[in-house]
Design a protein. Structure first.
Length: 372
């Protein structure tokens, strides 16, 4: 059993504090052999809480792999709670990718997203890359304080038109945010339609999607990733910064050392696979080019808020660390930039200046220090 110096185990915290599992609720836990110990502890705590847990194992999945059919079938039973305790990823849903769910004008290419964000009948936790050490160090935190910080920071993005992010490493990016709403990973996943990571601890937004043919649209500038990065084959602390040029919302150039080549390889593989999926009938007609284009989209601006998180080379934790922000390349969270990838990269000690409709400004972070 995983334990900390506290009497309450992290598994108990996830089941009872984060998810607030109720008696007789159906909870499905999907794990990999690598996350066996954590999953078993969660299963035991769910039983103790009076829930009705089911534990399913599948092989570890990479960013562009499909989930096992049994996992998708389990999701379709519409459990009240779903825990993806993944060594890497849960996996994509081939049936929904080919024939997306549609609800209220929105399309969902995964049963998971459809139930969580569309129908809002499920609450969820997902943990791509979770380790036992991370679980023990980062779960038992002050969730009331985390929620307060998330709420205060989220409010600062209301009526924002853009954010200007700079950092000592050279990042200098304008991020359009008009009409975008901040999402909270605050560790309170107790209501249907709520969910997030364990470890929790970030506020994040989807930048307005650009137009490659319209100057000034979307994100523009430079991102110098100098913390860690997600690649198609896993996460790594960066030995050499990756210099990414962004124009009209999309990555136009990737420079640096071997890690820059690794990032570009992941992006180009996602572009090629998108075209192939349409050709093979696995994507609807015309969507291959959409998925290909969005493999270079700037899909997320996130700010880390977990006081126990640190940069370790595991993005699940790294993106929650204080004094960092992260930008994702690929799919966003507002549903208007579907892609086969979502590659997070960390920037250290950023300054984030939010600009509003009335011309005023607010500095949310200054050289990494939170200003709320």
């Amino acid at each position: 059993m995983l334990v900390t110096n506290e009497k309450i185990t992290p598994a108990h915290t996830v089941i009872n504090t984060v998810c607030k599992l109720k008696k007789s609720e159906k909870i499905i836990i999907v794990a990999n052999p690598e996350t066996n110990v954590i999953a078993q502890d969660l299963y035991t705590e769910a039983l103790k809480a009076g829930g009705e847990p089911t534990l399913i194992f599948q092989p570890a999945k990479k960013a562009m792999d499909y989930s096992e059919p049994a996992v998708i079938a389990a999701l379709k039973t519409e459990p009240q709670v779903f825990l993806s305790i993944s060594y890497m990823k849960l996996g994509k849903d081939p049936e929904a990718v080919k024939n997306p769910y549609e609800l209220n004008g929105e399309k969902y290419d995964n049963t998971f997203d459809y139930l969580l964000n569309g129908k809002k009948v499920m609450r969820a936790v997902w943990t791509p890359g979770l380790t036992e050490d991370m679980f023990n160090r980062t779960v038992n935190i002050d969730y009331a304080l985390l929620e307060k910080r998330c709420t205060l920071l989220g409010k600062k993005f209301e009526k924002a038109v853009s954010a200007h992010i700079t950092a000592p490493g050279g990042t200098d990016l304008i991020v359009p945010l008009a009409g975008r709403k901040a999402f909270f990973d605050n560790g309170d996943f107790s209501k249907p339609g709520t969910g997030g990571n364990i470890p929790a601890g970030e506020v994040f937004l989807s930048p307005v999607v650009g137009n490659p043919n319209k100057d000034g649209s979307g994100c523009n500038g430079k991102i110098i990733y100098d913390g860690s990065m997600t690649f198609g084959d896993g996460d790594s602390i960066l030995k050499t910064p990756i210099d990414v040029t962004v124009k009209n919302g999309f990555v136009t150039d990737v420079a640096g050392g071997d890690e820059a080549k690794r990032l570009l390889k992941t992006i180009t593989e996602a572009e090629a696979k998108a075209v192939k999926l349409e050709k093979d009938g696995a994507l609807p007609a015309g969507m291959g080019e959409v998925y290909k284009r969005n493999a270079r989209n700037i899909g997320e601006l996130g700010i880390g808020l977990n006081p126990c998180a640190m940069i370790t080379g595991n993005m699940l934790e790294d993106e929650k660390a204080f004094k960092t922000c992260h930008f994702a390349i690929g799919q966003n969270y507002d549903g208007d930039a579907p892609s086969l990838i979502h590659l997070d990269g960390v920037v250290r000690n950023p300054t984030i200046v939010i600009k509003y409709e009335d011309g005023s400004e607010f500095t949310a972070l200054e050289k990494g220090e939170l200003k709320i």
